[in-house]
Design a protein around this ligand. Structure first.
Ligand code: UT7
Length: 342
């Protein structure tokens, strides 16, 4: 199949879903030695959502997907590929895209999981953009979803990581389009993807896995050593996040022929309000151009950017035709950025 040079991809629909149960910082004070004051000062988080125990990541993704497909004005049968970005899948294998495909009743279409953690949504957007622009697919459903609460150490010793994360899902439909007026028509303009595996163990979930000198992927020893809980060197992650998000964001914006001032709205990954404030300060971005949701959802990893997009639309802060720039950083280390006209 030849590539049609006038073919572009646009975000035709967006949707999100968070579970109803709110866990405030005060609720966490009852589980671990932490305080609302510490969490708000260090992270900006006031509350996050946690699922009930019978709810999975694809349950959240299913609701977000239905909303995104409806927002695009499409029927689910119009979707010809599903990409699911998550680090907290329903099961180790097969991937969440297969489980979601079955829930949507879309047997036969391509279903792909990606594991790029906090950068997963922008990686997925880039993949969807390329498939659409190749002419092979017309409407790709991209979901970022996480159920963190079931994987966190909710005991007192887990406080350094567990207060940061929340559950939720966001989804977009990426559709083929022909751009007549690049200053008005929605289209994905640039995505840039990066990783540095030398830092893989600065933020990781070691077990279950084959990377141990052990006959089993999961053993009592791994349990006893808390290898089944995420482990993070927060300060290292913080420093690299600010540096890499600034770098990649400026690269995406300027290599697309725009200045930072041209951008109408910045949608950053939501790991820590202080990271986003620092990026804004370094790049002299006016605070009113940054849409944050971390205060109410915490860090929902692959879901933060589509969740933010959906909330920004509902809040009237994101409208069709606006120029959006986005950047994310997380485990891998991976980082990524994108620019699109919404
Ligand atoms: O999505 C990408 C992934 N993650 C990130 O981007 C996270 C990046 N890093 C961060 O956001 C910050 O490093 C954290 C919020 C994780 C931590 O903030 P910090 O300012 O780097 O704090 P710290 O780890 O240096 O801890 C400071 C103190 C320590 O006590 P001492 O040693 O000074 O007595 C911790 O034990 O705060 C203590 N502490 C807590 N206290 C109350 C750590 N966690 C908590 C807690 N509640 N939940």
């Amino acid at each position: 199949m030849g590539v049609n040079p006038s073919l572009s991809a646009r975000i035709s629909g967006v949707g999100a879903f968070v579970p109803p149960k709110v866990m405030t910082n005060h609720d966490l004070e009852k589980l671990m030695d932490t305080s609302d004051e510490w969490i708000v000062q260090r992270t900006g988080i006031k509350e996050r959502r946690w699922v009930e125990q019978n709810v999975s990541t694809t349950d959240l993704g299913f609701e977000a997907a239905k909303a995104a497909i409806a927002d695009a004005g499409l029927k689910k049968e119009d979707i010809d590929m599903i990409i699911f970005a998550t680090l907290s899948p329903d099961h180790d294998f097969p991937g969440n895209a297969c489980f979601l495909q079955d829930k949507l009743g879309l047997a036969g279409i391509a279903a792909l999981d990606i594991r790029q953690q906090c950068s997963g949504f922008i990686y997925g957007l880039s993949i969807a953009d390329k498939f659409i622009c190749s002419g092979s697919h017309k409407n790709i459903l991209l979901v970022g979803g996480e159920v963190h609460s079931k994987g966190l150490d909710r005991s007192p010793k887990g406080r350094a990581v567990s207060v940061l994360f929340g559950d939720g899902a966001g989804a977009v439909v990426v559709s083929a389009t022909e751009v007549k007026d690049p200053k008005k028509d929605g289209h994905i303009i640039a995505t840039n993807l990066h990783a540095d595996g030398a830092y893989a163990k600065e933020l990781w979930l070691p077990a279950p896995g084959t990377g141990f000198d052990d006959p089993d992927r999961m053993s009592m020893k791994m349990f006893e050593e808390d290898m089944h809980y995420p482990q993070m060197n927060g300060k290292t992650v913080f420093v690299h996040a600010v540096k890499r998000m600034c770098e990649t964001l400026v690269h995406s914006v300027t290599s697309s022929g725009f200045s930072m001032q041209d951008v109408d709205l910045f949608l950053f990954h939501q790991a820590n309000m202080r990271i986003n404030d620092k990026v804004g300060e370094v790049l002299e971005i006016p605070a009113e151009k940054v849409f944050n949701t971390i205060q109410k959802y915490g860090n929902t990893t692959a879901a933060t950017i589509p969740l933010g997009m959906s909330d920004a639309v509902k809040a009237g802060k994101l409208k069709r035709g606006m120029l959006v720039a986005s950047a994310a950083f997380g485990s891998g280390f991976t980082w990524a950025s994108g620019v699109w006209r919404y």
